[in-house]
Design a protein around this ligand. Structure first.
Ligand SMILES: [Zn+2]
Length: 244
């Protein structure tokens, strides 16, 4: 094989690997953002339960205040009951007392409901906090893995760059210029294998004499359709069967 062609294949492998590494690095911020979003969602869930607990506590204080006011009124009515002069006044006062007592009972029911709600919410808070804690541990682990990935890829890019420099220096200037031009216009993919008379990248069939020329691997041939530099991989000859 023409040494330039062999080096180009190597160069393309290095460039494609570097491209993959750069894409992986470029994907990292989005993954980090989704981790932050997960963390924020858990924190919001905990805050929502805390808000409900605060609302329940406030309702309970309001009801307790109401109960205290009714109790005060009730003891006043009971004192007044001792000093009423007429039957009519007595009946009216008894009616007031019954109404107030009814009110106290309904407030007591409401307080019981609120206490049950508070118990339920305390359990929910515990669960939400446990879920947040476990999720945060997962997130911290994923963030660490992402950082490790970034370091690995950056190290890989450095290695690829120095290897690329060595390979590129062994390629003739003209051939390198073709590679760079095609790579630039073809998203970094400047080489294509020719197989069965087709360019495997753009799938366009080449003229038979072009394919024959490409199969020799002894020159720089470009696909007439996509302009990629073509190379040929000879079929692997099966190992001769071992005879007993
Ligand atoms: Zn092509």
């Amino acid at each position: 094989m023409l040494p330039d062609l062999e080096h180009l294949i190597h160069l393309q492998e290095l460039d494609s690997a570097a491209d993959r590494a750069r894409r992986r690095i470029a994907d990292i911020p989005a993954v980090q953002q989704s981790l932050e979003a997960r963390s924020a969602a858990r924190a919001a869930a905990v805050q929502a339960v805390k808000d409900r607990i605060a609302a329940t506590t406030a309702s309970r204080r309001d009801v307790e205040k109401e109960v205290a006011a009714v109790q005060t009124r009730l003891s006043k009515y009971k004192e007044q009951l001792m000093s009423v002069k007429t039957n009519k006044e007595f009946t009216a006062m008894q009616h007031e007392i019954a109404t107030a007592e009814g009110l106290v009972r309904s407030y007591d029911d409401r307080l019981l409901e609120l206490m049950e709600a508070a118990d339920q919410e305390a359990a929910e808070l515990k669960a939400a906090e446990a879920a947040m804690k476990s999720e945060q541990a997962d997130i911290a682990r994923d963030e660490k893995a992402l950082e490790a990935e970034r370091e690995t890829r950056e190290g890989e890019l450095q290695r690829l760059a120095s290897e690329r420099e060595a390979v590129a220096s062994s390629i003739s200037r003209d051939v390198m210029a073709i590679y760079i031009r095609v790579a630039h216009g073809r998203r970094g993919l400047a080489l294509a294998e020719a197989r069965g008379g087709l360019c495997v990248v753009c799938h366009v069939r080449m003229r038979p004499q072009v394919f024959n020329q490409v199969r020799r691997n002894d020159g720089i041939n470009q696909c007439e359709s996509c302009t990629r530099i073509l190379y040929y991989v000879p079929p692997v000859t099966p190992a001769p069967a071992i005879e007993n």
